[in-house]
Design a protein around this ligand. Structure first.
Ligand code: TYM
Length: 345
C-alpha cells in the first residue's frame, strides 16, 4: 500500500507536459532576413521552454516546379541553416517533412474536412497563382491543408510564424474545431505565435510588399548567405522617402521597415532609434542598419559553412529525428483512423 501511495505521489509531482511547438519553412531557395526575424529566430528562442518540432516543408515546395539536384541541395542547406540559426537537436526535433509520410496521409484526410470556398479565400493562393499563372496545380490550391496536417499531426499548442501565415493558422484552427466537433477531442487547437516586431519584413525595393526570396529584384531582399558587402549595398539602395528624418510615419513605409529591422536586430526602442539619428541623414541610418544585420549574420554564416562540410552527417540527423517525429505522428494517425472508421496496420 505504501508503495501505491509513493507512486501516486510521484505521479502527482510529475511536472505537467511541456507545451508543444511545431513550425516549418520551405526549402524554396536561400533564407531571407524576413524568414529569420519573423520566424526562425523564435525557433531557438522557444526550445528551452517548449517541446519543439521543426521541419523543412519540402513537400510544400513541390507546388512550384523544382530542379531535382538544386532542390535536394537547397533542402540540405536549409537544414544546416536552421542548425546554424540555433536550433539545437538536443532540445528539439529537426527533420524533412517528406521523411514522415503521415504528413501527406493526414493531409488527404483533412482535405475532406476543408471546404473549396475556404481554400479559394486564401490570399497566398491568390498571390501565388497570379505569379505562377502557367502552373496553377491542384497542390497549390490544397497547400494550406498540408500545413494544417503538419501542425495537427503533432498536436502543437503553438506555431511560431510571420504575419503572412496567419490566415493558414486560422484555417488550421477551423479544421481542428470542425473535426473535434464531429469526433470529440482529437486535435489540439493551436495558437499562432507572431512576434511583436518584424512579423512582416518588407521588400527593400518596394516597402509596400513583403520581403520574399522569390522576388525578381535581388535588391529587394537580404539573404542569410549574402556577403557583408552585398548586404551593405542592398541597405544603402533601400527605397525610403525624401523627408530625411528618421522616425515612423504613415507615408514612410521604407523607414518604418528599416526601423523594424534595426529594432529587431539591436533590441532598441523607437525612441532610442529616433534619438540616435536625430540630425543625421538617411545615409547614416541605412549604414547602421546594414552593419547591425552584418554583425547578426556573420557568426551564423560561419557555423553554416562549417556544417555544410558534412552533408552525410546532416542527412543522418534528419533521418534520426524523422524517426522520432514519425512515432509521435503515428499516435495521432491511430486516433484519427479509429475515429473515422478506417482500418490501420
Ligand atoms: P515560408 O517558407 O514562406 O516562410 C517561413 C517562415 O518565415 C516567415 N516569413 C516572414 N516573416 C517576416 N517577414 C517576412 N518577409 C517573411 N517571409 C516569410 C513565414 O511567415 C514563415 O513563418 N507554408 C509555410 C511553411 C510551412 C509551415 C507549416 C509553417 C509548412 N508547414 C506548418 C508553420 C507550420 C511557408 O511557406 O513559409
Amino acid at each position: 500500500m505504501s508503495e501505491n501511495i509513493t507512486s501516486a505521489a510521484a505521479a502527482e509531482a510529475k511536472p505537467p507536459r511541456k507545451k508543444r511547438i511545431f513550425s516549418a519553412i520551405q526549402p524554396s531557395g536561400e533564407m531571407t532576413i524576413g524568414n529569420y526575424l519573423g520566424a526562425i529566430r523564435n525557433f531557438s528562442a522557444m526550445q528551452d521552454e517548449f517541446e519543439c518540432i521543426y521541419a523543412t516543408a519540402n513537400l510544400h515546395t513541390l507546388t512550384v516546379r523544382q530542379d531535382p539536384k538544386v532542390f535536394k541541395a537547397n533542402t540540405e542547406q536549409l537544414y544546416a541553416m536552421l542548425l546554424a540559426c540555433g536550433v539545437d537537436r538536443s532540445k528539439c526535433l529537426l527533420f524533412h517533412q517528406s521523411l514522415v509520410p503521415a504528413h501527406a496521409e493526414l493531409s488527404w484526410i483533412l482535405s475532406t474536412y476543408t471546404q473549396f470556398g475556404e481554400l479559394s479565400r486564401m490570399t497566398q493562393f491568390k498571390d501565388k497563382s497570379a505569379r505562377h499563372a502557367d502552373n496553377i496545380n491542384a497542390g497549390l490550391f490544397t497547400y494550406p491543408v498540408l500545413m494544417v496536417a503538419d501542425i495537427l499531426l503533432y498536436q502543437a499548442d503553438m506555431v511560431p510564424i510571420g504575419a503572412d501565415q496567419k490566415q493558414h493558422l486560422e484555417l488550421t484552427r477551423d479544421v481542428a474545431e470542425r473535426f473535434n466537433g464531429i469526433y470529440g477531442n482529437v486535435f489540439t487547437v493551436p495558437d499562432p505565435y507572431i512576434p511583436p516586431i518584424a512579423a512582416r519584413v518588407m521588400s527593400l525595393a518596394d516597402p509596400t510588399k513583403k520581403m520574399s526570396k522569390s522576388d525578381d529584384n535581388t535588391r529587394s531582399f537580404v539573404l542569410m548567405t549574402d556577403q557583408p558587402s552585398t548586404i551593405m549595398k542592398k541597405f544603402r539602395s533601400a527605397v525610403t522617402d525624401c523627408e530625411a528624418v528618421v522616425c515612423r510615419g504613415p507615408e514612410k513605409a521604407g523607414i518604418n521597415n528599416l526601423m523594424d529591422i534595426y529594432a529587431a536586430v539591436t533590441g532598441k526602442t523607437d525612441d532610442q532609434i529616433v534619438a540616435e539619428f536625430e540630425g543625421k541623414g538617411y545615409g547614416d541610418f541605412k549604414t547602421a542598419v546594414g552593419e547591425a544585420v552584418v554583425a547578426m549574420i556573420e557568426p551564423i554564416q560561419q557555423e553554416y559553412n562549417a556544417l555544410l562540410k558534412d552533408r552525410k552527417y546532416l542527412n543522418q540527423c534528419a533521418m534520426e529525428d524523422a524517426e522520432k517525429a514519425a512515432a509521435i505522428a503515428e499516435r495521432t494517425m491511430q486516433k484519427v483512423y479509429k475515429k473515422i472508421g478506417l482500418p490501420r496496420r
